[in-house]
Write a protein that binds this ligand. Sequence first.
Ligand code: AMP
Length: 285
Amino acid sequence: MAALTRLLKPSSSSSISFLLKRSVSTTTAVVSEVESQHHQRPNFSDPKGSRSFQWVFLGCPGVGKGTYASRLSTLLGVPHIATGDLVREELSSSGPLSRQLAEIVNQGKLVSDEIIFNLLSKRLEAGESKGESGFILDGFPRTIRQAEILDDVTEIDLVVNLKLREDVLVEKCLGRRICSQCGKGFNVASINAKEENGRPAMSMAPLLPPSHCATKLITRADDTEQVVKERLRVYQEKSQPVEDFYRVQGKLMEFDLPGGIPESWPKLLEALNLEDYEVKRSAVA
Ligand code: AMP
């Protein structure tokens, strides 16, 4: 726990602005520069000073990264940045990338690292201009290359790896709904997975929308059974190695979700040593 508490303390850095400085007009330039200096890494050590939390959430599609990252972002006062949301925003625009992205995303494949870095850099830049600092990244990094580049431009304090049994992941993805008006996420699945092969039984109540959202629910185009299974396969192939990347750095905190939000949220706060964070924060304010 001591090691974790140490990780929880924001360390000195102004890394977001550094990442932004690196985000020159095209992301390819950032990528190729980092690659060309592979054997002689530039000195990215940050100036002294204090900065906000810089955390990453890893985990399979449907595990609940968005739900818990968003709750923690409110608690810690840092932005929750989900690259999947950035991709969907781009998809819903009539920009030149839109059609190309739809094809990739709807097949459950990963978007190129260059596109993701471009979207992320723009999001960070917009945030910084509003005075944001720190972040909880959700759905990024998803490849070793993304993790290496992120590591080159800034320091990540903690990586939370959420875990859930695969049959439950699929059910959760298929039950996922979004309110097309307010953008809030819900889940209509009522999960009752039996104990099986040493895996404990698990129940999750549906997260139903209020009546004003109920008539406006939509399903993500990539939440079909076939695409979810492909996304899980892609996760094992491309994203699981990212867990090891952070494990060897001693930054990975594994968290097996014990059930739905009512069971998992207090346990997650406990694992993060944040049970009384809100109380302490309001006492200081
Ligand atoms: P998510 O909402 O995180 O499940 O992301 C939805 C889709 O966006 C993914 O299936 C990918 O096609 C794409 N995507 C999101 N984040 C990344 C990333 N870091 N790298 C590559 N593709 C991504």
